[in-house]
Ligand binder design. Structure first.
Ligand SMILES: Nc1ncnc2c1ncn2[C@@H]1O[C@H](COP(=O)(O)OP(=O)(O)O)[C@@H](O)[C@H]1O
Ligand SMILES: [Mg+2]
Length: 369
């Protein structure tokens, strides 16, 4: 059995046992490192998509023949000055051993020269991850790009798409950037695999696959397919799991409402006023189904149809199927219900059902009796 690991959720530099759905990019990166004595590489794509992880994963999971020959260095550039970055590079290249010999007052030039000297003392290929290069540290990044050939180092920078576009243009003529790898969004199922992996490694209590799918669905709907957002929600529900309680859809809904802007009471009422009476009553029935089945994050089209028929029975009028399609469309359009990215016949709500029922009762109680 795998022991649950809280750092799989709380350590931003945690490396999962397997990197999912980046086989192509990982192989490409490893090949570029193996084939070249020195090169300047760039991993780019939206934030939270796995750039840092891919770079780090490559460096800790080198194939055996490569492992012995490479000295990996990791330094994060975000919000750091040139001096801080060089200090970190030097510290990690000598495993913090020789740092006493670097005077605190050392200038940037001296720090850079120390780096040269330390690098010369290493026979291995040196690979440095320059994590989060951006506008603010562009000059430092440029310096590494310019000097890497002479120093005999390979750089792997990670950057967001905008900055990547800029430096790719800038360096084209002199080709200081040798290769760039774009990391695209994950598909629905790929993101689900990542959620599943993280939950099963990190969580002490069991979470139903349907609940994990629900979490993934919400992130796909309210964000883009970004694993970092999945982990943000997992952080918020982790304490519940540690407390020994089951994770229910309502916990996911509550955690999501802290991250995304979901409908508040007023906008629910506002949305409802845009719909017909039947839609309204149907929504009430749907909310009651969710409240009854606490473990079930989805309602199927068939169940909605059933509730709709019941509604007609209660009202003692003949059923109108066209109106059902219209009602569901209205509920989707006004953001009162959402359609699953995994199955078009499954629907969910983002506001906890109890709250919906309260609002409906308060606002519309007696109005239609
Ligand atoms: N393919 C993947 N498999 C497993 N976890 C992933 C994968 N891609 C991203 N993650 C996780 O998603 C989170 C964000 O990844 P990160 O590398 O920090 O993104 P970026 O550097 O692009 O902002 C991290 O917790 C990371 O472990
Ligand atoms: Mg990163």
């Amino acid at each position: 059995m795998i022991t649950p690991k809280a750092d799989a959720i709380f350590d931003p530099l945690y490396i999962p046992p397997k990197l999912y759905h980046r086989e192509k990019e990982l192989n490409e990166l490893l090949k570029l490192i193996a084939d070249n004595k020195t090169s300047n590489l760039l991993l780019y794509g939206p934030s939270g998509i796995g750039k840092t992880l891919l770079a780090r994963y490559a460096l800790v999971t080198f194939p055996q023949n490569m492992e012995a020959e490479v000295t990996p260095i990791f330094v994060n550039f975000c919000y750091k000055s040139f001096r801080e970055i060089m200090y970190q590079v030097n510290a990690s290249i000598c495993n913090n051993k020789l740092l006493d010999s670097i005077p605190i007052s050392a200038s940037i030039t001296e720090l850079w020269n120390t780096f040269r000297r330390l690098r010369r003392g290493i026979e291995n290929k040196v690979v440095i991850i320059l994590d989060d290069v951006d506008e603010n540290n562009h000059n430092i990044h440029k310096k590494f790009l310019q000097e890497s050939k002479e120093l005999g180092i390979t750089t792997i920078a990670t950057a967001q798409t905008g900055y990547a576009r800029k430096i790719r243009k800038e360096h084209e003529p002199r080709s200081q950037l040798d290769n760039a790898i774009f990391l695209d969004l994950y598909s629905e199922n790929e993101l689900m695999d990542i959620t599943y992996q993280r939950v099963t490694t990190a969580f002490p209590s069991f979470i139903r696959p349907s609940t994990m799918r629900f979490l993934t669905d919400i992130v796909l709907e309210f964000d883009i397919g970004r694993p970092s957002t999945i982990i943000e929600i997992l952080k918020r529900i982790y304490p519940i799991s540690v407390g020994g309680a089951d994770i229910l859809p309502i916990h996911i809904q509550e955690a999501s409402s802290n991250i995304f802007t979901v409908q508040d009471e007023l906008s629910i009422i506002d949305s409802l006023t845009q719909t017909s009476l039947m839609t309204h009553l149907l929504f009430q029935k749907i909310a009651r189904v969710f409240q009854k089945y606490l473990y079930e994050p989805y309602i199927s089209l068939n169940e909605i149809k059933k509730e709709y028929s019941l509604l007609y029975e209660e009202l003692k009028v003949d059923i109108n199927q066209d109106e059902l399609v219209e009602s569901i469309d209205d509920l989707l359009r006004t953001g009162l219900i959402f359609q699953s990215h995994f199955d078009p016949e499954l629907f969910y709500i983002i506001v906890p059902p109890k709250k919906i029922i309260e609002i409906l009762d308060l606002t519309f109680d007696g109005k239609y009796d």
